[in-house]
Design a protein around this ligand. Sequence first.
Ligand SMILES: Cc1cc2nc3c(=O)[nH]c(=O)nc-3n(C[C@H](O)[C@H](O)[C@H](O)COP(=O)(O)OP(=O)(O)OC[C@H]3O[C@@H](n4cnc5c(N)ncnc54)[C@H](O)[C@@H]3O)c2cc1C
Length: 392
Amino acid sequence: MKKQICIIGSGTTGLHLAYALKEEFDVTVIHSSSPDEIRNGRVMSTQVHFGSTITRENRFNMPKWEDNDPIRSIHITIGDQKLFVGLLDEPALSVDQRLYFSHCMKDLESKGVSFRLLKVDKEELERVIDKFDLVIDCTGKSGPLLPFPIEEELSPFQVPQRKCIVGYFVGIKPNNPVGVSVTVLPEVGEMFEIPAITEHGPVTILFIMAIPGRDLDLFKGIKHANEFTDQIKSVTHKYFPDIHERIDKKGFALSDDQGFLQVAINPVIRKPYVTFKNKLVIGCGDSVFLNDPITGQGCNLSSYCAEQLYESLIQYKHSRWDTQLGETYWNRTKPFVKEVTEWTNAMTQALPQHVVQTLLEGAQDQTKADKVAQWFADPSRAHEAFFQKAST
Ligand SMILES: Cc1cc2nc3c(=O)[nH]c(=O)nc-3n(C[C@H](O)[C@H](O)[C@H](O)COP(=O)(O)OP(=O)(O)OC[C@H]3O[C@@H](n4cnc5c(N)ncnc54)[C@H](O)[C@@H]3O)c2cc1C
């Protein structure tokens, strides 16, 4: 008989795991929102999946998404100075999680994965732990369900470093070549412009990262779509003229009434396993590895850790699932979790001088510009540029 695994949560992590594990194990996913609620609900992320994540999606036969014009470049601007457009080695893609999650859930169900609609509370968690061979907590930033120990040296912040302000818009002429635009306004915040696919067609995501209390922190109390759109127009006019010039004054609007979001994340990294009632419980994704979205790594890290957990479970397929499995999984994931986290935390602070220098060199040298673009697809390179170079 196959071992029984329960995944709690049907976000990026839970879904990547379900696809990875479903052939070798008997998988049940418990989720707090139905596919239709997710489809008709609010946007949740900006979700750029870089090349290695798309490779994993293909490895685990996840649905493929058609986009004739995927993300191929990263545009970098500091202040009002456009520095360069760096080319990515492989195309990246942003598919609205409302579409991605609801589609994957239905697809998995048709392939034999069991789904239970239920918000797991403490009592239910105990029942689930008793019943299954392994429970994996994929409850995202609203989790975790158990006190996975905090890794203090990777969790330096007590409060969010940014307010995340996201709108999915139509009526903006895309930048050329198609890519993610990053504009850094030192000591104020950042703007990310991201082309994405949604159920309503292609959109441009405008994603403001405002340092709390500074000039971009202008959306407090805004709850209605029209008010949000007006404020974005005013902010782009004042702070991001390059984007404002591409806005079509008549056609500019949110893709739908639920196409905007405001959230602030306090990053926390936890050791991703505990024992509860003598049984191993594992955490994966944001529930245990929660970073600020500033580097766009959350989905990519979640997918990476889901694959590492899959490999660990295959390695221990015929053994007892105890802390040794938990430790194996943590040893596999920790080096990359550390690199992503340290780089991401550094990006929320003033850029070090040697990094500014590297960006300026990118303006003169296309090979260097392409290397910087690749930081986002391969955060180990970014970590090296921020830290190893700094120490030499
Ligand atoms: C504004 C913003 C922009 C971002 N942009 C990017 C980006 O460009 N690229 C990138 O890689 N990452 C990005 N991220 C991060 C990325 O979205 C997350 O890291 C990723 O979605 C985490 O996936 P997850 O499955 O761990 O958590 P989630 O996607 O949050 O999923 C958790 C699931 O668990 C369910 N759940 C929670 N509690 C319970 C319970 N008690 N019982 C049952 N179910 C429960 C929830 O309903 C949800 O479905 C961004 C995040 C934000 C906030």
